[in-house]
Design a protein around this ligand. Structure first.
Ligand code: G3P
Ligand code: CA
Length: 233
């Protein structure tokens, strides 16, 4: 991700999800308007193979419909509104609008979608503008096999942090949950020439702590946290 090389970055988690329904075009627009450096989204696949932007594997939390995404066709989903307000976008709709406007962290939630996701990114000429992230490292390996120039990042919420694995996989970044980040971990990750982005940091004091540890960026539900951070640094 060439755009992110040197500075500390604020990544809008599921878009500006504290202000607009998560993982919707409205949340991504808000992130851009608020000056986020990047935004993050989650990708799932419907039963008929459409890539949609949604965090959960079930529609219960966001739409009060107790059904699995993988068991629904896209036509069953296209009119559903997240928290009653905004449609669930397809990955293609998001790339169409934002692919070359802002770096995007694309989290693979479902397995087996790697090739389609990569091909879509290629079609939108967005290879240098995305970071593919996942807790599923087999998925990330697959992404690298499909297109070795796409950057990948390993998500983790537990020890040991997979630094050696990340190096072996030629990853760009490791993305540990904030509670397992220490100054030593940051040093070790940087010593291997990897970036470290941590999540989900919604509290100014926590953001300042992560910055003092030297992380390269934070994922936050509210990109407005940047102005509070700046006031205190
Ligand atoms: O940015 C990392 C974060 O998105 C991983 O957790 O559950 O919000 O997808 P989750
Ligand atoms: Ca995510």
């Amino acid at each position: 991700m060439v755009l992110l090389e040197e500075k500390f970055i604020v990544i809008a988690h599921r878009g500006a999800s504290a202000l607009e329904p998560e993982n919707t075009i409205a949340a991504f627009r808000k992130a851009v308007d608020m000056g986020a450096d990047a935004f993050e989204l989650d990708v799932r696949r419907t039963s008929d193979g459409k890539l949609i932007v949604l965090h959960d594997d079930n529609l219960k939390r966001v739409a009060n419909i107790d059904k699995k995404v993988s068991e629904l066709a896209y036509d069953d989903i296209r009119n559903i509104k997240v928290f009653g307000k905004e449609p669930i976008p397809t990955l293609e709709e998001v790339l169409e609008i934002f692919a070359n406007r802002i770096p995007i962290f694309i989290e693979l939630k479902d397995e087996g979608i790697e090739e389609e996701v990569v091909r879509l990114i290629e079609a939108y000429k967005a290879i240098d503008n995305v970071l593919i992230i996942s807790f599923n490292y087999e998925s990330l390996k697959r992404v690298k096999q499909i297109n070795s120039s796409i950057d990948i990042g390993l998500l983790t919420y537990r020890y040991p942090i997979p630094i050696d694995e990340a190096v072996k996989m030629k990853a760009y970044a490791i993305l540990p949950r904030y509670n397992i980040v220490t100054p030593n971990i940051v040093r070790e990750i940087h010593a291997k020439k990897l970036k470290i982005f941590t999540w989900t940091v919604n509290d100014v004091a926590l953001a300042l702590k992560m910055i003092s540890y030297g992380v390269n960026g934070i994922a936050t539900d509210n990109p407005g946290i940047r102005s509070s951070i700046q006031k205190q640094t």
